[in-house]
Design a protein around this ligand. Structure first.
Ligand code: ADE
Length: 242
């Protein structure tokens, strides 16, 4: 997977990409990341990248030319990679969208800044627009880091074990069950007996039920779309009744 990231602040990415999973994925040759400074593609001596909005009002808008020139110079005239604008107006990023993105060999991410991006970037350059949540960041950089992270950990070989992501929260449409490790007792707080029992079938059943209970308590909206068995539904009915 190759990521091209278009930003006015490439240094923001240094720490995030030089640690942990992403660093290891890059070192293993599973991922490559190229940071492109939009300012380098801005015409004129002063390399201006923003301007005041037509029609008045406050704030500055990112000009279209530097962004078009940057993306075209890097991806060529007929790119087939998705060109994703990060903005609070985009489709909400979900685990399903992350899985779809992970199937592409190359993805371009455009980070908006200031009060906005000229609408022509959205209309004529970007092929998709993603938001990471219903709040406003000061720019798309942190959102682009989120996209790189969620997509990278889904790529084959990135996490040690194949299938390591199957039981993540959201992977199966539910929140993950509670996890424990040693010691079995800490300050009198104990680990659920079933997890120490060695009874694999019981553990699987307990985990499924705790996953359902947690989703029901915290994110009931997810239950509407999650694939549920008859046993799952019976368990949820019991929760409703208590
Ligand atoms: N830029 C500003 N806010 C954003 C958000 N919520 N998601 C993606 N990009 C953004």
């Amino acid at each position: 997977m190759h990521f091209d990231i278009f930003t006015l602040f490439p240094a923001m990415f240094d720490g995030v990409f030089s640690e942990s999973i992403i660093k290891r994925a890059v070192e293993a040759g599973l991922v490559s990341i190229a940071l492109h400074n939009i300012r380098d593609y801005a015409p004129g001596k002063h390399r201006v990248t923003d301007d005041t909005p037509y029609g008045g009002g406050g704030g500055m808008i990112m000009k279209p030319e530097p962004i078009f020139y940057a993306v075209e110079a890097v991806l060529g005239p007929q790119p087939d990679a998705p060109i994703i604008l990060l903005s609070p107006q985009g489709r909400l990023l979900t685990q399903r969208i992350a899985r779809e993105l992970s199937k592409h060999p190359r993805i371009a991410l455009i980070c908006g800044r200031y009060e906005g991006v000229d609408e022509r970037v959205r209309q004529y350059l970007a092929t998709d627009e993603l938001s990471i949540g219903d709040y406003v960041l000061s720019g798309g950089e942190i959102a682009a880091m989120v996209v790189v992270d969620v997509v990278t950990r889904l790529l084959p070989g990135v996490l040690g074990e194949p299938g390591a992501t199957f039981e993540d929260s959201h992977a199966m449409g539910l929140l993950e069950y509670p996890q424990y490790t040693r010691p079995p007792e800490f300050r009198g707080y104990t680990v659920p007996e079933v997890l120490l029992s060695g009874n694999h079938a019981e553990i699987v059943r307990w985990r499924r039920q705790e996953s359902l209970r947690r989703t029901w308590q915290r994110r009931p909206d997810l239950l509407e779309k999650a694939p549920l068995s008859e046993a799952d539904r019976a368990f949820l009915r019991r929760l409703e009744e208590t």
